[in-house]
Design a protein around this ligand. Structure first.
Ligand code: HEC
Length: 179
């Protein structure tokens, strides 16, 4: 505290009260501060907590994709509900799903991420778009794919949509026709 007072006085002399307050604030919490009873443990990260895939989805995906996968056109977030499974119908789609930034750069480890993708594709969100012969992602496959993130996301995505159109798959991603 004495150090803070000195800094405060000197800095005040220089006329920068806010800087002094910021420097002093860094000494909090003090060495003698203790958490309130019952609040001793630090909150676990989602990765460490090892929740079920649907909980992980809520924590790290639903902010953009919304709880049911509806997406948000206003924010350029595609709809996954009833559509995302079609990526598995075209060449390169399987790899794409594990490489988009929201997936590859999530906090989850490879096994958690594989389980999350498998849940998205089979847990109801993909609906009728889920392929019948879906082969679940493994942790090692996801690990390999996320290590090579996409460089040009929109171009890669558009190429896949083009392949879907060639197969007469309706592009119901909620973004179709946007300027
Ligand atoms: C910051 C917003 C954001 C977050 C968070 C996010 N996504 Fe996304 N996601 C997007 C956008 C935007 C796209 C379209 C491709 C792109 O531009 O990255 C996308 C694309 C996808 C795709 C490919 C389907 C398509 O239509 O392109 C999948 C699968 C996906 N996200 C799953 C997830 C999962 C699972 C999580 C959570 C671990 C997640 N996303 C977190 C914004 C987000």
């Amino acid at each position: 505290m004495a150090g803070c007072a000195v800094i405060a006085r000197t800095t005040l002399a220089a006329g920068a009260l806010l800087v002094a307050a910021a420097v002093c604030a860094q000494s909090l919490p003090g060495p003698n501060n203790r958490p309130a009873p019952g609040n001793e443990n630090l909150a676990a990260t989602a990765r460490d907590a090892n929740y079920q895939p649907q909980v992980n989805y809520q924590l790290e995906c639903s902010g953009c994709h919304l709880v049911d996968g509806e997406g948000a056109r206003a924010n350029d977030v595609p709809r996954m509900k009833g559509f995302v499974g079609h990526f598995l119908d075209v060449e390169g789609g399987r790899e794409f799903l594990a490489r988009v930034p929201g997936v590859s750069q999530s906090s989850f480890n490879d096994a958690q991420l594989a389980a999350l993708l498998n849940w998205v594709l089979t847990g109801g969100m993909a609906g009728a778009s889920a392929p019948h012969d879906f082969k679940p992602y493994s942790a090692s496959e996801v690990g390999r794919l996320r290590a090579e993130p996409l460089k040009e996301i929109a171009g890669a995505r558009n190429a896949l949509l083009e392949r879907m159109r060639d197969k007469d798959i309706a592009i119901e991603d909620g973004l179709a026709g946007r300027p």
